[in-house]
Design a protein around this ligand. Sequence first.
Ligand code: CUA
Length: 347
Amino acid sequence: MRRTVPPLGYGLAGLYVALSFSACSGSQSSLNPAGEQASRISGLWWFYLAVLVGVFTVVIAAMLTAVAIHWRRQEAFSPEMLPEPLNATREQQLTKVVVASVAATVVILFVLLFADFFTGRAVSSPAPKDAITINITGHQWWWSITYEDPVPSKTVSTANELHIPVGRPIMFKLHSTDVIHSFWIPNLHGKKDLIPGHPTSTWFTANQAGTYHGQCAEFCGHQHAHMGLTITAEAPEKFAAWLEGQRQSAPNPATEQQRRGQQVFLGGTCVMCHRIQGTPAMATVGPDLTHFASRHRIAAGTLPNARGWLAGWILDPQAHKPGARMPQHTFAPEELNALLDYLETLK
Ligand code: CUA
């Protein structure tokens, strides 16, 4: 039996997609540039669009003219008419038109090639000396983020949600632990691959404050589509305050319930993958959870960071992100509640 989707179904699906995009505020578009590099790339895009729309219009106009001429001739056709004799002047005219069209095509292709070349050169200049260095490591399927500092104790580790200051160049050192991923924040720059065993780098400056969404842009396995990251570009003072906050160890649990939650965390399997600075949890297999509660989403942008979603995620990650490396867990309701209470203190 053939199943059909009623138009209403498509409408609702469209509405759902639109709402889920607007629900996570922030922009994810190369055509809404918030930095110098992205402006160059979107400029190139608009230039290509203008040239190609021009070419398309000319080609369609020529085709419609040919069709119109043909129609008119057919209307005037009578069986006793002979085919048009070969006319030397007409032949010469046609040759000129063909030669001019080929020449114009070659010139246009070279113009596009040079525009692309100069844009590529402009966006891949070396990073300025005063750039802030951030290490990004791609994992199946999340991002670990480390802010370098000459003083090792001031190094900051986090996951999936970046903060950067507006107006300051940021140099990204890109690594991968498993397969090839691609770092892409369309509002700020083009894509750059993260290749296992071969560190790469890229840099950009955000000129406008805002929240921008990025996405892994290289197919990297089952949950490639759920490998999102968020970048918040903010005033330098706000960024400095955020970074200072991230340097602090996690607060000690304040209530009996939170202490119980910490015991659940440290006594269970959580500790085998995650790190919480200031506790014995030091593993780096999964995301750093020191300031987990300050992040907006969990599972690399897949779910909102809210108690219900978090509980569902902890108990059965595979239901939300099949193939994710996090295993399923069984907790008694009382243990789970305590664990959630504890995790919510990790601001
Ligand atoms: Cu990582 Cu696609």
